[in-house]
Design a protein around this ligand. Structure first.
Ligand code: LLP
Length: 422
């Protein structure tokens, strides 16, 4: 958890006690550490350096413009999946030659916008999409560079909702059919089909699925070369895991040990699309306890001013997020041994009118009262990016901390924002 520390009974983001941020900017509040974002991107860059990869940060994980700008300046390219993400990447000053465009349903309008912007390449997911890109490229007098996203039928052994490379998933093209599409590439004179893309799922806690997919590529790539295909790139997508509970998990260098030799062996340029790894543990969501109440059988409910609209992962995937008070004993995540704090078992919930609005059930937490400030850890990826205004709750404020300075990178929404356009 670099970027966050416990000092003198208080939780800090870099050089600022997070309590001070909550007082200044209100709650719920997303707090990002600039140092953590850069360190995690740097760790990936270092781990994969030998392959000279193009690292395209996956914007869907966290699309805040200031964060994109920070990552672009640090050398990241971008993985986009919509016209909106293209707009954000360009607005953040991204180099179009480092943008790759994925997604099963790119519309002709989105394809044209990306071609006009001069992005590096598309990750095509169907032959119909290749035909659409061919038509758009012809009209604009350009050539569309494309990789074909293949479905290798590899089980990433992650959550069913974020597994993407099994036979019954909507993503990519089954390998035998992919071979036919490559063989038919001559039908699309305005398309250069010169890459393979695959994304197995997210998060992936073992190198085995990557190893399995690469073994399939060891057989598939020579088949394509035998067809005369001039392959240039192999994009392995994202999926690099983070620890949500402090337990040890594999690191970028572990993935790199499997991936780098394989792409060298295949003689292809490596592209990767990490999202979660860069953003997840670079942020906290701060929330204030509004009430504490007791239910049947002494069940204690700690009711926050943050809800599933702010962070939907627990409600949507049953995801675990570590939660701990900003003041008092150090969180076990930020201290060496297990916490010596006296703990009580509580349910930590939001105010939304759904039972699924629950961040944690039967969770040990130091005794907590109304007014206390809690931190929900690992909130930087798929947190704000998946937030909504459900129950007409304006979206949270986001601040970026650099040393002892904090800057609002997204203003808290207002009630007027809620009804704009209605
Ligand atoms: N590339 C492609 C084509 C993807 O579909 C994704 C994520 C990524 C890259 C980035 O994956 P990452 O490095 O972040 O694992 N909302 C879910 C995660 C959905 C991931 C969707 N695709 C969650 O909160 O866990």
């Amino acid at each position: 958890m670099d970027g966050f520390a416990h000092r003198g009974g208080r939780l800090y983001c870099e050089g600022i006690p997070v309590e001070r941020l909550a007082e200044r900017y209100g709650t719920p509040l997303y707090v990002y550490s600039r140092a953590a974002l850069l360190a995690r991107l740097g760790e990936l860059q270092g781990a994969f350096r030998a392959a000279k990869p193009l690292i395209c940060y996956s914007i869907k994980a966290n699309s805040n413009l200031s964060i994109l700008r920070l990552l672009a300046r640090a050398g990241a390219g971008f993985d986009i999946v919509s016209g909106g993400e293209l707009f954000r990447a360009l607005r953040a000053g991204a180099d179009p030659a480092r943008i790759v465009f994925a997604g099963v349903g790119k519309t002709p309008v989105e394809i044209r916008a990306a071609l006009k912007a001069g992005i590096r390449m598309f990750n095509a997911e169907s032959e119909a999409e290749i035909a659409a890109a061919d038509a758009a490229a012809a009209e604009l007098g350009v050539r569309a560079v494309m990789a074909l996203r293949v479905n290798p039928d590899v089980d990433a052994r992650t959550h069913a909702k974020t597994t993407t490379a099994r036979k019954d998933n909507k993503f990519g093209i089954a390998l035998p059919h992919a071979r036919e599409i490559f063989a038919a590439r001559g039908r699309y004179p305005h398309v250069e089909l010169s890459g393979i893309h695959l994304h197995l799922g997210s998060p992936i806690y073992s190198v085995d699925p990557y190893r399995e997919a690469l073994a399939k590529m060891d057989r598939f790539v020579p088949e394509l070369r035998a067809l005369g295909v001039e392959l240039k790139t192999l994009n392995l997508g994202g999926g690099y895991c983070v620890s949500y509970d402090g337990s040890a998990v594999i690191r970028p260098r572990d993935y790199a040990q499997v991936i780098v030799p394989a792409v060298r062996r295949l003689g292809l340029q490596l592209i990767i699309e990490p999202g979660r790894y860069v953003a997840a543990n670079s942020a906290l969501l701060l929330a204030r306890v509004v009430y504490v109440k007791e239910g049947w059988n002494q069940r204690r409910f700690v009711i926050l001013d943050a809800a599933m609209n702010d962070l939907v992962r627990p409600a949507m995937y049953g995801s675990h997020h570590h939660i701990w008070p900003a003041r008092g004993p150090a969180s076990p995540l930020l201290s060496a041994g297990p916490s010596k704090a006296r703990l009580e078992t509580v349910d930590i919930v939001g105010p939304i009118c759904e039972t699924s609005d629950c961040f944690a059930k039967d969770r040990p937490l130091p005794p907590t009262r109304a007014g206390d400030l809690l931190a929900l850890f690992s909130a930087g990826a798929y947190g704000m990016a998946m937030s909504s205004t459900y129950n007409s709750r304006p979206r949270a404020c986001e601040v970026l901390v650099a040393g002892t300075r904090a800057r609002v990178i997204r203003a808290r929404e207002t009630h007027e924002d809620l009804v704009r356009g209605e």
